[in-house]
Ligand binder design. Structure first.
Ligand code: ZN
Length: 92
């Protein structure tokens, strides 16, 4: 006896539930995406996906003044702490 696509899906999902291998799906059947890694701005605590470095940079600029991107996002832009500032003047 043929089963409908919907029945087949339900059966597969039950199988997955029993085996513990079923990925999370929304009620409409779409897979639920894993949450993206985010970072909190050190200044305003805004949460931004930290894989978009340009976005972090632009956000830091909105604060202006002393708030460089290295200050807002020390984890994503560690350059400031490690920057060899003394080396530049020594070579002249
Ligand atoms: Zn901020």
């Amino acid at each position: 006896m043929p089963i409908s696509k919907k029945d087949r899906r339900t059966r597969d999902q039950k199988k997955g539930d029993a085996a513990g291998t079923r990925v999370a799906v929304k009620p409409n059947g779409n897979p639920v995406k894993a949450p993206k890694a985010t970072s909190l701005c050190a200044n305003c605590k805004k949460e931004i996906v930290n894989t978009y470095l340009k976005q972090l940079e632009v956000h830091a600029e909105t604060h202006g003044g002393e708030w460089t991107k290295e200050k807002c996002w020390p984890k994503e832009f560690p350059a400031a702490a490690a920057a060899p500032a003394a080396e530049a003047s020594a070579s002249t």
